[in-house]
Design a protein around this ligand. Structure first.
Ligand code: GLC
Length: 438
């Protein structure tokens, strides 16, 4: 069948973020940041982490808990000083497992069950007579009252576990540790994953003062040094995913209306891996309804919400074969679509490309907003640490991001470099525990 180009051209217009628009978004992001810092209501809560930058010379063994997605990790990390660290032990466990018959991420489970499960896993790593200090990365919007006390403001991503919102997640963990007879673990610090990524990167690189997660969720933190806003330098968790000053297309509106948290996390829904696949699926349904793709072949293939994921986008954009054979295989195996023609497969690839490119441009625009807020110290190179599957695995994502940042560069002397910091949230938790001790 012949696919209509009108559809793709129109989609391009709808998802286009040109350099002027990126600048407008950056300025608006900066304004929202400053509103948040002033404590006035806006979409960016600007949550203080109570920690500044590490020296890179923090030392010792620390336990790290990384809780931010469906897999919880417990690590034992050795900080050796001079920016060197080593992971000595790692345990990764899913919080939901249909085969084993449990799901602690949804509202069927409550906070007690969730934290008992986590405490038990901590116990498997914190063995022997040794005392451990724990850095605890909890990657959801929290109001951090003091280093070991953080109240969950609301769940994001796929979580809806009962009896956790509004509670101190430090206390919930400590009670669970006690209930499970684990008395050799002392809670040192609670932090967000972006803060952890920034700490892990800054432990090695003094030029790093912004960190971002581009994975299932999306968020950014940065080092605030301006005395107008803080007495001493402190890392601020922006909760950037909640930024809501974007126009959004009709596809974004459909996605938001059918999401678990309508009206919330609007930037995250346009940028992060949790939502990009769903966005492509919504576009595909609209193209199909207009007779632009998959004709009689459609069936129920894409009918179910969330059936199309960032993993599919990854494979589709990575297909370099002449006949787009990988895409053919994906459509056949995962969606039972046979006999698609090359034009349709190209169209699908282009749709994925447009959704991903817009995601990168939006993220870049917000980074520029942060940089403008921080100011441009003369001639200093700046590093943005990034972690997450989108940045690491989606073909072209870093290229789109770099190109967008380059377009936005104006008065900055030296360029901004992006650096992948894998597992930053775990290492950063250890660094935060060391900072809290000092
Ligand atoms: C969500 C959370 C945020 C976290 C981000 C990345 O946006 O609200 O706290 O940093 O996901 O995991």
């Amino acid at each position: 069948m012949t696919v209509g180009c009108g559809g793709l051209q129109e989609l391009k217009r709808e998802l286009e973020v040109d350099p002027d628009e990126m600048k407008r978004i950056a300025a608006s992001f900066q304004r929202e940041m400053e509103l948040g810092l002033e404590g006035r209501s806006g979409s960016l809560p600007m949550l203080s982490s109570h920690v500044g930058s590490p020296t890179g010379d923090e030392r010792g063994d620390y336990l790290a808990l990384d809780f931010g997605g469906t897999n919880v990790r417990v690590l034992l990390v050795e900080l050796r000083g001079e920016g060197v660290y080593r992971e000595k032990q790692r345990l990764s466990v899913p919080l939901k497992d249909s085969k084993a018959g449990y799901d602690l991420t949804c509202c069927v489970a409550d906070g007690g069950q969730l934290f008992d499960f986590i405490a038990e896993k901590i116990g498997l790593v914190a063995t022997g007579e040794i005392s451990y200090r724990l850095g605890y990365t909890f990657s959801f919007p929290c109001c951090l009252l003091e280093p070991g006390k953080a109240v969950l403001l609301r769940w994001t991503k796929e979580f809806s576990t009962r009896d956790v919102v509004g509670r101190d997640v430090g206390e919930l963990l400590q009670n669970a540790l006690r209930r499970n007879g684990i008395n050799n673990v002392q809670l040192g610090a609670i932090l967000n994953d972006t803060v952890g990524t920034l700490l892990a990167a800054a432990y090695q690189d003094k030029n790093c003062d912004i960190a971002s997660i581009l994975g299932t969720g999306h968020n950014t933190s940065y080092l605030e040094k301006n005395k107008h806003w803080c007495e001493r330098p402190v890392i601020i968790n922006i909760e950037a995913g909640n930024f809501d000053k974007l126009k959004g297309s009709r596809y974004d509106r459909i996605l938001d209306e059918n999401s678990e948290n309508p009206g919330r996390q609007l930037l995250e829904k346009m940028v992060s891996g949790r939502y990009l696949g769903e966005l492509v699926r919504i576009v595909l349904i609209s193209f199909y309804q207009e007779g632009l793709i998959f004709g009689g072949n459609w069936g129920e293939a894409f009918a179910a919400k969330d059936i199309f994921t960032a993993k599919h986008i990854c494979r589709i954009l990575g297909d370099e074969s002449r006949g787009l054979k990988v895409i053919d295989e994906v459509l056949h195996k995962d969606f039972s679509l046979i006999d698609t023609d090359l034009e349709e497969r190209r169209l699908l690839r282009d749709i994925c490309g447009l959704v991903v490119e817009r995601s990168a441009k939006l993220a870049a625009a917000t980074y520029h907003g942060v940089i403008c807020h921080q100011g441009f110290p003369c001639g200093t190179e700046r590093t943005i640490a990034v972690d997450g599957s989108l940045f690491e695995k989606i073909p072209f994502f870093p290229v789109f991001l770099d190109a967008a940042l380059e377009k936005l560069r104006e008065n900055e002397g030296a360029p901004t470099r992006m650096r992948l910091v894998k597992d930053g949230s775990g290492i950063g938790a250890a660094v935060a525990a060391a900072l809290a001790k000092n």
